[in-house]
Design a protein. Structure first.
Length: 268
């Protein structure tokens, strides 16, 4: 089955402009069981996209962040067909606070792999997208990362300190191996900004499938290198996607990735 990327691009843009932008800075929120925020914008966006996808691709189920865990698991464990993986509003805390860093993330997954990924930042009108084996794009511009950089000291890193081991977080804060560090509070945008070359290193202590599915494909198709690590085993996840949070380590090219991993392993 051929999935129309242009149709999905239009769908994400239209959905975000209809459901997210009118609610930005004026959205009520409440806490979910895991302590994260959810708003009416999250729920309305998920339903809007679900309805649109069901119209065009009724045979493909959707695994969305804002659905019951048992339904998520049922879709994930059904190996007979592919599925959509959706984060309708990545960066909800930013959205509620009026901070301009949030996005919608949609991936198509089949046989344990991400085959198609799209992330849309509606405030900047930046649409990142990639199809496996066909490269990555920001709107109409191809993304190709610099493969010459290999010194950590020359890099800007995106680091989420909140979920890191405290000792590692302290070391990074007190004696960082990189030039500078940022954190914007949206995992989907983290990966896309890495793919666009705005940063060169990445470390996140625990993101979920809908956070990183689309972004990791966009990043890897732009030439980046990454590893997702299962904290339960402290090793690279080899069993395909799961719902447990995964630690992510990434860099803009292979040599930089090896140096980044070497530093992290040397500390641990």
């Amino acid at each position: 089955m051929r999935i129309d990327t242009d149709l999905l691009c239009d769908l994400l843009v239209e959905s975000a402009q209809a459901e997210l932008i009118p609610r930005f800075q004026c959205s009520d929120s409440h806490l979910k069981a895991d302590g994260s925020l959810v708003t009416q914008a999250d729920l309305a966006m998920q339903q809007h996209i679900l309805d649109r996808l069901n119209h065009h691709y009724p045979e493909i189920p959707l695994l969305g962040e804002e659905m019951p865990a048992d339904r998520q698991l049922a879709i994930l464990n059904d190996n007979t067909r592919g599925f959509w993986c959706l984060d309708p509003l990545d960066g909800t805390a930013n959205f509620v606070a009026g901070m301009p860093f949030f996005a919608v993330s949609l991936a198509y997954m089949s046989n344990g792999r991400v085959e198609l990924g799209l992330v849309y930042d509606p405030l900047r009108d930046e649409l990142f997208h990639a199809r496996r084996g066909s490269g990555a794009w920001l709107n109409q511009t191809p993304l190709n990362l610099d493969n010459r950089l290999d010194r950590l000291q020359e890099c800007v890193a995106m680091v989420d300190f909140k979920r890191l081991d405290p000792a590692l977080a302290h070391q990074l804060a007190s004696a960082p191996p990189y030039r500078s560090q940022r954190s914007i509070g949206s995992v989907a945008l983290d990966w896309c900004w890495l793919a666009a070359g705005r940063l060169q290193l990445y470390l996140h202590g625990g993101a979920r499938l809908w956070d990183y599915a689309a972004g990791t494909l966009i990043f890897s198709e732009a030439g980046g290198q990454f590893s997702l690590i299962d904290p339960a085993t402290a090793s690279a996840a080899q069993s395909g996607p799961g719902l447990r949070p995964r630690m992510a380590v990434a860099a803009a090219n292979q040599r930089l990735f090896e140096n980044w991993l070497s530093w992290l392993k040397g500390f641990s």
